[in-house]
Design a binder for this molecule. Structure first.
Ligand SMILES: [Zn+2]
Ligand SMILES: [Zn+2]
Length: 131
């Protein structure tokens, strides 16, 4: 079982399954959405995800194409992503411990922030990964 939660601890979740497709997107939208140099995000099976506490403290923002983010309204941590209101993935920064998954690719590195240095040796794509 994988668990995660927000910075203040009011929001917690569990995943009875595995994370998959962990990736980091360096586009300007993800920088804003994740308040960081890039996103760090992995997909979950929606029916393996459940809230342990604090679901009522979540607020959300839906951007284009039905994708959204949910965050703790006390501390502001972005805890998960949604697609058409259903949990779609989690932010790796809010996962507890070792979820036994590694970021497999860095995408949209051509749009990275001027101040970011991408480590050598990582799998990277200038824009979207090949299908
Ligand atoms: Zn919080
Ligand atoms: Zn992005």
């Amino acid at each position: 079982m994988i668990t995660g939660g927000c910075f203040c601890g009011a929001v917690k979740y569990r995943i009875d399954g595995r994370l998959r497709d962990a990736r980091s997107c360096h586009c300007s939208r993800c920088r804003k959405a994740f308040s960081a140099q890039a996103s760090a995000y992995a997909l979950v099976e929606p029916d393996e995800f459940s809230w342990l506490c604090g679901e009522e403290l979540l607020t959300s923002y839906t951007s284009s194409g039905g994708f959204g983010l949910r965050f703790c309204k006390i501390c502001g941590s972005t805890v998960c992503g949604t697609f058409r209101q259903q949990v779609h993935g989690v932010t790796l920064g809010c996962v507890d411990g070792d979820p036994e998954v590694e970021i497999g690719m860095h995408i949209y590195v051509a749009s990275k922030a001027a101040w970011e240095k991408i480590p050598e040796g990582v799998t990277q794509f200038a824009e979207a990964p090949p299908p």
